[in-house]
Design a protein around this ligand. Structure first.
Ligand code: SF4
Ligand code: SF4
Length: 428
């Protein structure tokens, strides 16, 4: 099947407006230009009429969170994610941003996607964390990550592990007879800021009968770059990861980060015009599974340990909309004895984190976060579970700001804790 051109994809929009109610920026503004249909109309002006992208169009396209909620509800199957990422790449490649802004965005992405640089930046900047805490209005991801100590105190994961970084072991053996071998990506942001989630994921997989390999030569998958329009950088990273993972022997590639999973699954598209890599990238994408989806497909025994908690589940955009995974995490949570899964209103509405959006668009991101926090508090849950690091950090931030003690954790941490408790009860 031949690939559709951006103009063909955009032409698929029948202007029905079904997507409007799903769109966070349209919900906030009721402005057609801030809706998927309006943005596709703006893109068609450039694609069909060959008009240059003016400042107003650039602003409306930039305001898009890239959450893909519109794509999930579109009856015409418009691949909005491909369109917006293509336009973002065009904005970067044609240098349409003021140079200072382009430089700052580049620096932020370079830091977030490099383990060493991110770790060093956090360590260095932690010295000024006290000062930053006295300036809560100061924008920027670092300020939030560093002052996030308060949020983390309110949000200690049930597994009780910390935020310290580090690689996973290169090999973790299955408990009992091995059913398969899983390659687990420990990622860039995940390995530095959510190493506890990585450890819980490896432990969970091992407990469920999987050998776990974690090739240390595997770097960032390029998701943040792809979502931000740095297409060439994302392609370089994708090629490097394809090369690194071809050296490993495994059955399935598993991720615990929704943003990474969605990009990995679309590697075939990202490298479609690269003769050397297209087929290998598509094959890697086809072997990729989100951890929740993988465990349900594998068919795991429910944990025997109890967790008496009330949990609300937040659908990360790149899990629910880009990968259409909504039932597996809920099924796994429901399998935990004692855990009450309560409904969360607008569970699939973006929380505002959206990669680096919370830094580049702090006001819209804060408005969406406030809405998410209000829904979480109204749910009556004491814990929120989600499958994406950006959402977890951002919701922790919002709940801490609201003075709430509701904890936010990754779904795998709850599962790992339930299996861990079951194993200790069996030993006792
Ligand atoms: S739902 Fe799809 S076809 Fe309808 S307006 Fe939105 S993008 Fe266009
Ligand atoms: S990706 Fe999200 S923010 Fe952007 S147009 Fe679609 S629904 Fe709206």
């Amino acid at each position: 099947m031949s690939r559709k051109s951006p103009a063909d994809i955009a032409a698929g929009c029948i202007r029905c407006g079904f997507c409007l109610d799903a769109c966070p920026t349209f919900k906030l503004t009721a402005n057609e230009a801030e809706s998927p249909r309006g943005r596709i109309y703006l893109m068609r002006h450039v694609l069909d009429a060959g008009r240059p992208m003016d400042a107003a169009a650039l602003t409306h396209l930039d305001n898009c969170l890239g959450c893909r909620a519109c794509e999930a509800v579109c009856p015409s199957g418009v691949q909005y994610g491909l369109l917006i990422e293509g336009f973002r790449a065009r904005i970067e490649e044609e240098g349409l941003r003021p140079s200072a802004e382009a430089g700052a965005r580049g620096m932020l992405l370079d830091t977030l996607t490099d383990r060493g640089r991110l770790g060093a930046s956090l360590a260095g900047l932690s010295m000024v964390a006290g000062i930053l805490r006295k300036a809560p209005a100061m924008p920027g991801l670092f300020a939030r990550l560093l002052t996030g100590g308060q949020s983390h105190e309110a949000a200690v994961p049930l597994s009780g592990t910390g935020r310290s970084g580090g690689h996973l072991p290169a090999f973790t053996a299955a408990v009992g007879r091995a059913r398969c071998t899983v390659c687990l990506l420990d990622g860039c942001v995940m390995s530095v800021l959510f190493a506890n989630v990585n450890r819980a994921t490896a432990e969970l997989l091992s407990h469920c009968g999987c050998n776990v390999v974690c090739p240390h030569s595997a770097g960032c998958c390029g998701a943040l770059d792809a979502h931000a329009g740095r297409r060439e950088r994302a392609r370089q990273r994708a090629r490097a990861l394809v090369d690194a993972l071809e050296c490993a022997d495994y059955d399935v590639l598993v991720t615990n980060s929704a943003g990474c999973g969605s990009t990995l699954r679309e590697y075939g598209e990202l490298l479609a015009d690269d003769d050397r890599y297209a087929a290998r990238a598509a094959a890697l994408g086809a072997r990729t599974r989100d951890i929740s989806e993988f465990l349900v497909e594998l068919g795991v025994e429910p944990p025997t340990g109890r967790l008496d908690v009330t949990v609300a589940y937040h659908d990360a955009c790149h899990l629910a909309h880009a990968q259409r995974i909504t039932s597996p995490p809920r099924a796994l949570l429901r399998s935990i004895a004692g855990l009450a899964l309560v409904p969360l209103a607008e569970s699939d509405l973006c929380c505002g984190s959206a990669g680096t959006y919370n830094v580049t668009h702090p006001e819209t991101a804060a408005a969406l976060l406030e809405r998410k926090v209000a829904n979480i508090i109204a749910s009556g849950a004491s814990v929120v579970a989600a499958g994406n690091p950006g959402c977890i950090a951002w919701m922790r931030e919002g709940l801490a700001r609201a003075g709430s003690t509701i904890r936010v954790t990754h779904t795998v941490e709850l599962l790992a804790e339930a299996y861990r408790r079951g194993a200790s009860q069996a030993e006792a």
